[in-house]
Design a protein around this ligand. Structure first.
Ligand SMILES: [Zn+2]
Length: 331
């Protein structure tokens, strides 16, 4: 049973902007709550859509676009029900960190959540048990975070045993978002991610990484803004029409061999750029040791062929840090 109370009425017609009051009782505030912002737009029959950003607090394109959307959109502009949350793990978003400073929670590893857990787990439980059941599609905007840089892509996630209809609709939706690259994740579980939760409900789940490095760029914001407008039109929430685009390239992340990790600490110099196509055995980069300049660099190689879609952003790496990962084009 959730302890979160919403200041919005999800059934009321019109536009409401309010909060999800998430209890967090601490010394400085015995009856304190974390205020998670939420907007609800209801306008008669139509699709149910949940848009979220700030699941990871240091990923900004979605936070910017959904904040602007709440300010400019009126209920009359859409059909159906639209729920918008621009900073889902609000304490992490305020701190500018991936995880919450209140409970160390990584929201996208906390699903399906716990109504009696820390704020991160309470939020996950509320999304899983209260918000997702109200909608047909969940779209969560990510952006790499401070440790990674991504070639922008939209993605969809579904289970191998989901209905052909859900799979077909998910693929059609992700290809309609206006990105040049789309990524497909067809796995039984997303390891506690919002995708896992949405899959369990049999709903359409869309995601994507629209940038990274803890930064926000005009290009990333434009991509997310376009994706939101196209998503609303694709599902019939608006009547907007767009010029057709060339079909996107479809890729998949294919398992452990797609990833390169640091075996020890050092300064990592990438040998490739985002978007490069590499073969198995190509050089990924060199780990250097400026504190021990006589020591030879450690060369790290790609273990598979594919496109470089993600690279570590900070130069210094610790043992176990992901330095780059690949995805492969789907034939
Ligand atoms: Zn993220």
């Amino acid at each position: 049973m959730t302890q979160i109370t919403a200041t919005v009425d999800f059934a009321a017609p019109g536009k409401q902007v309010g909060w999800l009051r998430t209890p967090h009782s601490v010394t400085r505030s015995a009856y304190g709550v974390v205020l998670v912002p939420i907007a609800v737009f209801n306008n008669g029959d139509g699709p149910g859509i949940l848009l979220t950003a700030g699941n990871h607090g240091d990923e900004y394109e979605g936070q910017v676009v959904l904040t602007r959307l709440i300010q400019r959109l009126q209920a009359a502009d859409i059909r159906g029900r639209l729920i918008v949350i621009p900073s889902l793990n609000t304490p992490a978003a305020i701190a500018g960190t991936r995880t919450s400073p209140l409970d160390d929670g990584n929201l996208n590893r906390a699903f399906p959540g716990d109504p009696n857990g820390g704020p991160t787990w309470k939020i996950a439980d509320y999304v899983h048990n209260h918000l997702t059941p109200m909608v047909d599609v969940v779209c969560d905007f990510h952006g790499g975070g401070g440790s990674l840089a991504y070639r922008p892509h939209a993605s969809t996630h579904f289970s191998p045993d989901c209905s052909p209809r859900l799979k077909e609709r998910s693929l059609a939706a992700v290809k309609a978002l206006g990105l040049r690259h789309v990524m497909i994740f067809e796995t039984a579980s997303g390891g506690g991610a919002l995708s896992t939760s949405t899959r369990a409900h049999g709903k359409i789940y869309l995601n994507g990484e629209y940038g990274g490095m803890g930064a926000v760029t005009r290009e990333g914001v434009a991509l997310v803004d376009g994706a939101v407008q196209r998503l609303l039109a694709f599902f019939g929430a608006t009547e907007a029409r767009f010029d057709p685009l060339p079909p996107p390239q479809v890729l998949r992340v294919f398992g452990p061999r797609a990833y390169v990790y640091a075996p020890e600490a050092g300064v990592f110099v990438q040998a490739t750029r985002l978007g490069d196509t590499v073969a198995e055995g190509d050089l990924c980069g060199e780990l250097l040791f400026p504190e021990s300049p006589g020591r030879e660099p450690v060369r790290l190689y790609y273990q598979a062929a594919g496109d470089v879609v993600c690279q570590r952003h900070p130069a210094r790496a610790e043992r176990g840090d992901c330095l780059a990962h690949l995805a492969q084009a789907v034939a």
